[in-house]
Design a protein around this ligand. Structure first.
Ligand SMILES: Cc1ncc(COP(=O)(O)O)c(C=O)c1O
Length: 429
């Protein structure tokens, strides 16, 4: 397996906060592999990413790239820097693998992908376009499809079409069917669909919603959302509107609810190789969930080793005390890299193919690990914080599910927390 530098965007340097367009676009500088002096890095397995796309394609009944009636397209969710995996490289890989479209949360994220040369349709799901919706112009120039949910936004898009003498400008209309987060109220559906059907210069090419409980063992909340969404789709059709893409499903919905697939599904976490189901999935779903392969692996190396005597204490606050003589390894990864401080005295890492406990407090840049039970542990040994390691003592892993459980959160937060200080290295099997 080769380890390479990430595919670089052809233009626009990363970093800085240039204000070269109307909209100020935040471009945080990521640590680049070329700058990596520390051995701490996130390895992104692009082969696994492609594999997970195929798993999701099979799950929804797709067999090839061509669009066929009744078979949903896959629109991968790449918000938050592709869940921490590095959006440009993830987008390029998925585009080459034939994905139908991509979804981001922010306008800035969509523009970043266009600057990286991505050409597939990109949906901006956050629905926020800045003061007076001026960002809609930016979206248009970036060939991004805005998600709208308010009459004012539709009117702003129509004004833009008039001012530019442009053909109908495409957008997706979002309804809230039970998440109570973003989207027009179902009670406003008639009024809003009426406005859409009478407004010149705009084209509602998509109709969408978002599922709140698709990963739950209780199907009823999802079925209720689907019933509501179907009634909105019918109302749209009754007004002569014909959205090409109706979509509601996240990873869990796409896998578990055939009725949620409509024309497209929007998986995020499953593409990154993590099962969206916390509870053990049903017999039918289990083979899909267990076929997913984690895309991110986070590793570093032992940079210091010491023996501490019985009763000696380790780290800030002296929270850990050696029972007998112990070997303590120091690893250059801390909470500023996304290794939660809440893993202090609780988490594990893998060294030489065997798990070893984190001892003492995780500090900003460094973590201490008890390697007494890892025979042969030496300076320079690889330490895995997330993922699998095969070593002379066997094979062991730390999963994002395990870390999430310890932290009382979800794997989504674990992977998106790996900070931009950690360079991403892209692996091509
Ligand atoms: C609107 C929307 N669609 C799809 C997704 C993808 O969800 P998941 O990562 O659970 O597949 C998200 C993520 O939270 C989302 O906000």
């Amino acid at each position: 397996m080769a380890v390479s530098s990430p595919p670089q965007p052809p233009s626009r340097p990363e970093g800085g906060d240039e204000d070269d367009d109307n909209v100020r676009v935040l471009r945080p500088r990521r640590a680049a592999p070329a700058d990596a002096i520390r051995p701490t890095r996130a390895e992104i397995n692009l082969g696994h990413l492609r594999h997970n796309l195929r798993v999701m394609e099979r799950a929804v009944g797709r067999t090839g790239r061509a669009s066929s009636p009744g078979i949903p397209e896959i629109w991968g969710v790449l918000k938050a820097d592709a869940y921490g995996h590095g959006a440009p490289a993830v987008a390029r890989t998925l585009e080459r693998a034939g994905i139908g479209g991509l979804c981001v949360a922010l306008l800035e994220e969509g523009l970043e992908l266009r600057a990286a040369g991505i050409t597939v349709p990109i949906l901006v799901m956050g629905g926020y376009y800045g003061p007076h919706h001026r960002g809609l112009e930016e979206a248009l120039e970036g060939r991004l499809t805005p998600v709208l949910y308010h009459a004012e936004q539709i009117e702003a898009l129509a004004r833009l079409a008039r001012d530019r003498d442009a053909g109908p400008l495409a957008f997706h209309l979002k309804f809230d069917t039970g998440m109570a987060r973003l989207g027009a109220s179902r009670h406003a559906a008639d009024e809003l669909l009426g406005l859409v059907s009478h407004t010149q210069g705009v084209a509602m090419t998509g109709l969408m919603s978002h599922l709140a409980c698709a990963d739950s063992s209780d199907a009823e909340p999802t079925l209720a959302q689907l019933r509501l969404f179907e009634s909105i789709v019918r109302a749209a059709k009754a007004r002569g509107l014909a959205p090409r893409h109706c979509h509601v499903a996240n990873s869990a919905g796409a896998i578990a609810f055939a009725a949620s697939r409509f024309d497209a599904v929007r998986p995020g976490i499953a593409l990154y190789g993590v099962s969206p189901f916390e509870a053990p999935p049903t017999e039918q779903i289990e083979p899909i969930a267990s076929d997913l392969r984690p895309v991110m692996r986070v590793r570093s190396e032992i940079v210091a080793l010491r023996t501490v005597a019985d009763g000696e204490r380790v780290g800030y606050g002296h929270t850990w005390r050696a029972e007998g003589e112990r070997r303590i390894a120091t690893i250059p990864m801390g909470y500023a890299d996304g290794l939660s401080r809440a893993l202090s005295n609780r988490g594990h890492v893998v060294v030489r193919g065997r798990r070893a406990p984190i001892v003492g407090i995780v500090s900003m840049d460094l973590t201490t690990v008890d390697v007494t039970d890892i025979p042969g542990a030496a300076l320079g040994d690889e330490v895995v914080f997330l993922g699998t390691q095969d070593g002379p003592l066997g094979s062991a892993q730390v999963t994002s599910e395990e870390i999430a459980k310890l932290l009382g959160t979800i794997p989504w937060e674990v992977v998106t927390s790996i900070s931009r200080r950690v360079p991403r290295f892209y692996r091509e099997p």
